[in-house]
Design a protein around this ligand. Structure first.
Ligand code: SF4
Ligand code: SF4
Length: 182
C-alpha cells in the first residue's frame, strides 16, 4: 500500500460520509457530542446508495445516516489546516479512503479499487505514491469495517421490520444512544 495522503482535505469536503452505529459510538465517546448532533439523515435524492440494506424507514421516508457537515459543506471535524479534530475516532470509511474494498460472504477480501469519487472525478485527490503502509493492517481495518457494517445492516433490518417508523431521535435511541432534549 504505497498511497500517501497529501492532506489536501478534498475527501473531507464534498463526499457524504456514511456512518454505522459503531462509527457513531466512537465519535460520541471521543467528542462528547450527542449522537443526534453528529448525524445528518440523507434522503435518496441527496445520496445514491446501491445498497438497499443501508436505508432506515422513518416516519418521513427512507433515510441514511451520515456525518454532519458545516454550512459550507465541509465535514464538521475538518479544520482550516485540513486536519481532523476527531482523527482517533474517525469513521471507518475515512480510515479506508481512497480504497474501496469488497469481501466475499465468508469475509475474505476479494477486490480493492480506487474510490469511485476519485475515478468519477467528483473530488481531486492529491495523493501520491510514497512510503508503504502495512497491507495487513489495512486489510484488518477493512475486515473490521465490513463486520461492523454487516452488524449495522442487521440492526437496520430489525428496525425496519419492527414497523416503528419513528423519527431520528427514536431511531438513535433504538441504536442505544442518548439524545439531546432539544
Ligand atoms: S471525520 Fe475527519 S477524516 Fe473523516 S471526513 Fe471528517 S474531517 Fe475528514
Ligand atoms: S483527497 Fe486524497 S490527498 Fe486529499 S486528504 Fe483525501 S486522501 Fe488525502
Amino acid at each position: 500500500m504505497k498511497l500517501e495522503c497529501r492532506q489536501c482535505g478534498s475527501c473531507c469536503r464534498d463526499p457524504l460520509i456514511e456512518l454505522t452505529d459503531n462509527d457513531l459510538h466512537r465519535l460520541v465517546k471521543h467528542t462528547g457530542i450527542m449522537a443526534d448532533k453528529l448525524v445528518i439523515l440523507y434522503s435518496n435524492t441527496e445520496l445514491i446508495s446501491d445498497e438497499e440494506h443501508d436505508w432506515v424507514k422513518l416516519s418521513y421516508g427512507k433515510r441514511l445516516i451520515g456525518l454532519s457537515k458545516k454550512r459550507n459543506g465541509d465535514c464538521m471535524f475538518l479544520t482550516s489546516e485540513n486536519t481532523c479534530t476527531a482523527y482517533e475516532a474517525r469513521p471507518m470509511s475515512c480510515r479506508l479512503f481512497p480504497i474501496n474494498v469488497a469481501f466475499s460472504d465468508d469475509n475474505k477480501l476479494t477486490d480493492l479499487e480506487l474510490s469511485d469519487v476519485i475515478r468519477d472525478k467528483f473530488i481531486n485527490c492529491k495523493r501520491k505514491y510514497g512510503k508503504g503502509r502495512s497491507f495487513n493492517t489495512f486489510v484488518s481495518t477493512a475486515s473490521k469495517a465490513q463486520k461492523e457494517y454487516e452488524d449495522y445492516c442487521n440492526k437496520i433490518e430489525k428496525w425496519n421490520e419492527s414497523g416503528k417508523n419513528g423519527n431520528k431521535k427514536a431511531y438513535l435511541k433504538f441504536l442505544g444512544f442518548k439524545t439531546s432534549k432539544k
